[in-house]
Design a protein around this ligand. Sequence first.
Ligand SMILES: Cc1cc2nc3c(=O)[nH]c(=O)nc-3n(C[C@H](O)[C@H](O)[C@H](O)COP(=O)(O)OP(=O)(O)OC[C@H]3O[C@@H](n4cnc5c(N)ncnc54)[C@H](O)[C@@H]3O)c2cc1C
Length: 437
Amino acid sequence: MKISGWGRYPLVETHLVSPHTEQDLRDHIAKGCIARGNGRAYGDSAVSTATTLHMRRFNRMLGFDAHTGILEAEAGVLLEDIIKVFLPQGWFPWVTPGTKFVTLGGMIAADVHGKNHHINGGMSGTLTWIDVMTADGSIQRLNPDDPYFAVTCGGMGLTGIILRAAIKLRRVETGYIEQRTLPAPNLKVALEMLNAAQGATYSVAWIDCLSKGAALGRALIMLGEHAKHSALHSALHSDPFALKPRRKWTMPMAAPQLLLNQYTARAFNAAYWRAGQRKTEPALTDWDRYFYPLDAILGWNRIYGRHGFLQFQCVLPHKTAEAGLEALLQATSDAGLGAFLAVLKQMGSEAGGISFPSPGLTLAIDFPNNRNSLKLMKCLDQIVLAHEGRFYLAKDARLSAQTLNASDPRMAPFAQMRQITKAGDRFYSAQSRRLKL
Ligand SMILES: Cc1cc2nc3c(=O)[nH]c(=O)nc-3n(C[C@H](O)[C@H](O)[C@H](O)COP(=O)(O)OP(=O)(O)OC[C@H]3O[C@@H](n4cnc5c(N)ncnc54)[C@H](O)[C@@H]3O)c2cc1C
């Protein structure tokens, strides 16, 4: 059958199976495979040209220590389920991506980051151990000081199959976030505001990537803190984790491509900017609306039509960030493609292996999948290289091996390590083949 990542591109012919024992996994490893979590990586990292192992049946929570907040769970457990079980007890994940429909294994394999990377780091920093099935079928318990731990967190499933992990949760008093929105009229001001907000636990900027001239890079900076019990309205005091019912929408089918063009994207961005300017008063928002706004529209990836979409995500070091971001946004705005969503976040220190985050600013932009977008993204690649940035593999569907290696000197030694340990013969995805990892 043919499957894809969240961007619905590329579609890859694979043998998809849902094993449920460790012996099943061992048997598949011998023939070549890649693990798949919930398929939320955008490109082709979670699909193999050989066998793709859907890990959803490894979905048990194994134990929780209420003193330390450490949860032991299997790799196929969804983040959504972790929150549902533990938030009512006053615990929340330290790190969360922008969707709760991801598995523990997928979060570790991509070493995901949230809006608090500059303060709390990435997923790998929240783990006390992981159990990994390696190329010879043996299971190794890896601690954070083990070099194989470092290459597995962020290693995109290419070092082995993550079976279980112990993950630290954080104490929270409520399920609410105190949010502030600050409008920034252009990129320069947006960067100054983000910089001034270094102390905020959560910070993210929505960028109007189609604005031009003096308004290039105008943004809404959204800052957030976990709300204390005393900050809640008295009606919520008895149940500070209660969630107001949230209406769910389902995208019924792939939207016609005509719906998405520079005019609709410009109109949407302008309306979003205006609405954001009216919301500058501090406000309480529940965790679901704050962290996962897109999860309310099930299947929103169909909005880009049957050809799917691509996300471009890079990180630029502080020293080149302003010039690099300006060049990236200028090229995007000039191209005038239907780019709706552009998000800028701060990043803190680097983890090991080939993990993506590094100190600086990370920009992510969605594009409809078509020839013009692919051409533009090649130009964006060159801008990233010229500004010493690197690319996020969890979002990639189309980079070349040459560009990846030019951006990141850690990739060639990683590919070599895979040869030596035989991981390269056993674990491969369409992405790893394309990128010669
Ligand atoms: C709306 C949206 C918002 C997002 N926001 C963010 C964000 O803010 N920050 C961020 O970092 N990412 C973000 N992402 C990306 C997403 O968090 C990652 O791609 C994550 O890896 C997806 O998890 P998954 O379980 O769906 O894994 P999949 O997409 O199925 O797999 C992703 C990778 O993990 C590997 N993998 C999965 N399970 C295992 C396992 N058990 N053992 C070994 N390898 C495994 C796969 O081989 C693949 O390489 C976002 C994605 C979406 C759709």
